[in-house]
Design a protein around this ligand. Structure first.
Ligand code: FPP
Length: 261
């Protein structure tokens, strides 16, 4: 096994085909990783932050366009206050320590999720990292923070209902394409690949709308053990899958060649 931060044994950039354009990750298993070592859950989240850095580096290495990470769900508020505070402090640390370096590496940072209810200093830091990296055209790192898929769809429906009430849109014009324009990051391609670590097999309210045709890859390792080789394994599994998008095999390959999701 190569060292976990050693990228030299990886396949080359764009060496896997087809490559997903957009990868989503549910970073699960921090708590169990810590418990297995007799450590507090916070130690698991801290180690999870290191795994996140490896994931970003690997996504960049392989030439992925967008990586969305589920870092705080709308349901995570139900955790003990101390754990919520610790996750907030990790996010602050991430913005203060990592964003400048990510900016140097041409990474564009986007935030999805509800800003209402978040502390003002967190909102400011999130806005700062988005503004700083806005012009970058390398990997797009989407941080899902205070995010829930159902909440996202509900707010899109609410906006459309408001427009309909004002007479700006006729309800018969509301198609899936129109609704999708009101999601948090409508310009991003849908995720082609969703990875969940920690041996759990569910979506947990992550990118529910966008993942309609995503390939799901479940990895047994806890998130703090995730490394570039885990990423590579998931990409190879994706490349071996046959995607049909509800149609037939031939139509699906034409769609991929045309750059469709
Ligand atoms: C799930 O593991 C993980 C989270 C709820 C938080 C994920 C956060 C990080 C990886 C680091 C922080 C990153 C940022 C940018 C804030 P769990 O705690 O549910 O694990 P368990 O299922 O084993 O208890």
């Amino acid at each position: 096994m190569p060292r976990r931060d050693d990228m030299t044994e990886l396949l080359p950039r764009r060496g896997i085909s087809p490559l997903p354009r957009h990868v989503g990750i549910i970073m699960d298993g921090n708590g169990r990783w810590a418990r297995a070592r007799g450590l507090p859950r916070s130690a698991g989240h801290k180690a999870g932050m290191a795994a996140l850095r490896r994931a970003v580096e690997a996504a960049d290495h392989f030439g992925i366009e967008a990586l969305t990470i589920y870092s705080f769900s709308a349901e995570n508020w139900s955790r003990p206050r101390a754990e919520v505070n610790y996750l907030f402090s990790l996010l602050k640390h991430f913005v203060r320590r990592d964003v400048a370096e990510l900016h140097q590496r041409n990474v564009r940072i986007r935030i999805i999720g509800q800003r209402e209810g978040l502390p003002v200093d967190i909102i400011r830091l999130l806005e700062h990292s988005e503004a700083l990296t806005r012009e970058n055209d390398g990997l797009t790192l989407v941080v899902a923070f205070n995010y829930g898929g159902r909440q996202e769809i509900a707010q899109a429906a609410r906006r459309l209902a408001e427009q309909a009430k004002e007479g700006a849109i006729d309800p018969v014009e509301i198609t899936p394409q129109v609704l999708a324009r009101h999601l948090f990051a409508p310009d991003l391609p849908d995720p082609d690949l969703l990875i969940r670590t920690g041996n759990e097999r569910r979506l947990s309210n992550f990118l529910l709308w966008q993942s309609a045709y995503a390939e799901l890859v479940f990895l047994p390792e806890y998130w703090p053990d995730f490394d570039a080789l885990s990423f590579q394994r998931a990409l190879l599994e994706f490349a071996a899958r046959e995607r049909r998008f509800g149609g037939l095999k031939e139509q699906a390959s034409a769609r991929v060649e045309q750059g469709g999701g």
